[in-house]
Design a protein around this ligand. Sequence first.
Ligand SMILES: [Zn+2]
Length: 321
Amino acid sequence: MRPSSRSDDVPPVELVAPDITPYRGDGPIPWVTTLEAAAPGPHVAITAVVHGNELAGAIALDWLFRRGVRPVRGRLSLAFANVAAYDRFDPRDPTASRWVEEDLNRLWDRATLAAPRRSVELERARALQPWVDRVDFLLDLHSMQSASPALTLAGLHAKGVRLAEATGTPSLIVTDAGHLSGRRLRDYGAFGRADGARAAILVECGQHWAHASAAMAIESAVRFLRATGAIAPDWAADAVDTAHPSPPARIEVTEAVTVRGRRFAFTADYRGLEVVPKRGTAIATDDDDPVLTPYDDCVLVMPSRRLWPGHTAVRLGRFVR
Ligand SMILES: [Zn+2]
């Protein structure tokens, strides 16, 4: 049973899931294409459909392939992560294909990956792991349940924030530690450590199936490839205006609210980025316990509709001035 799911209307599906069959490739890992330049440089990667129902990333990778993207130095990998789930996407039931058996974005620690437990997503994570271990800079493209402004999740360390600022779009940067329910790809291995140069960002491009999310995914991808030096600064200049990014703004997430009981409900229809002025305001109830904001001007980041025990209901943060 999946208790306490919010049952409000599913947003319209404006996007069409692209046919990605040309991108299965014949390399060692299906659905991972790695292009190599003559000049040395870092291994830069973009991942899409870590969640199978998030179409914007697939559209951005399809766009990059169609534009004939090539790295000018180092390596560039474009990867479709959870194709088993993506293949099940059905616009008549667009939320059902987020994963097949479990969330691929909660498996990224070495103990989980090395354990004997099996699932469709664990097998895929294990197949991707040796490739991820060689990536220096990663952009992981996602989207959100609510029509909330796009944002970049940069992790906890300065190198993630620097990569987010250098990418520039989305200009709203959120620093956070992830989820109690498991480690994200963005936080895996060297990406999750303060030291070293290897860094990753996760971009939430907007609502899963909104036109604007696909445009955001493409712009963010091109900016990321420019920022990492994988492509020339003027590549795709005709298609993507990246001349004048908005000034960055930053939210520091201080805690994630994890659902404990079987009856979790928000007190209002929060969509994300609401600022609750007063400390001690009840934003939800978890069984019979109120969930209170811990300080004034508390920002609600990505309230979830999957309000199941052990899952993140919402993250709480503050704007950093
Ligand atoms: Zn996602």
